[in-house]
Design a protein. Structure first.
Length: 214
């Protein structure tokens, strides 16, 4: 297909496609004349992946480039695929020192060998909470970790059950885009869980108090 047909098939403007070509995110087409290149299904798949990463996962061009490089030069294991996607999502590491209390809580969870980038982002988030007057204790961090371990197990089960992850691009799209776009679902569920637990604890007590006053 020609460039115009590639743009029509993917909904990506020609100027954007040319930008991705210049950046090396999209492989060059096959030149059939001095002024015309042909593109195939692999270009459609790559463009859709790039747009999903940019629009869905809100990755920077550098983050997209890391994922594209992993697709073209696959790492040795699925675990490494996951690491590539997580690094692209997280971006540059914050300049923080991971507190011993944080490391101790993670050790108690049995989480050894955590990626330094992920640890730095966790500590930065903990520091932000502390500055706002809501310090997360080691005990609370462990409770969060125990709950999210079940979420992670389900995520990986879903990942392995998806036929699309049999290809490198499918695996990285599932991890990078899927993680980012479902993060708000977890946040919304936390709000609902807090609402339900509050009603369970306090609404019943209010009814009981009202009964004693009558």
């Amino acid at each position: 297909m020609r460039l115009a047909e590639l743009c029509a098939a993917t909904g990506v403007p020609s100027a954007t496609v040319k930008y991705y070509l210049r950046e090396g995110l999209l492989p060059a087409g096959e030149w059939v004349s001095a002024r015309r290149a042909e593109y195939g299904p692999e270009h459609v798949e790559r463009l859709r992946l790039i747009r999903a990463l940019v629009d869905g996962a809100q990755l920077s061009i550098d983050g997209v480039r890391r994922i594209v490089e992993a697709i073209e030069h696959p790492p040795p294991s699925q675990h490494d695929f996951f690491g590539v996607a997580q690094q692209a999502i997280n971006g540059p590491p914050p300049q923080v020192e991971v507190a011993e209390e944080t490391l101790a809580a993670l050790r108690r969870l049995g989480w050894s060998g955590c990626e330094p980038l992920a640890l730095a982002h966790l500590q930065a988030a903990l520091d932000t909470a502390a500055r706002a007057g809501f310090a997360v204790t080691g005990e609370r961090l462990m409770a969060y970790g125990q709950a999210l371990r079940d979420v992670a197990r389900y995520d990986l089960d879903a990942l392995m059950a998806d036929p699309a992850v049999q290809t490198p691009s499918g695996a990285l799209r599932h991890v990078a885009v899927g993680t980012v776009v479902t993060d708000p679902v977890l946040v919304a569920l936390r709000r609902l869980a807090q609402e339900q637990e509050s009603e369970r604890r306090f609404a019943a007590a209010s009814v009981a108090d009202a009964g004693r006053d009558t």
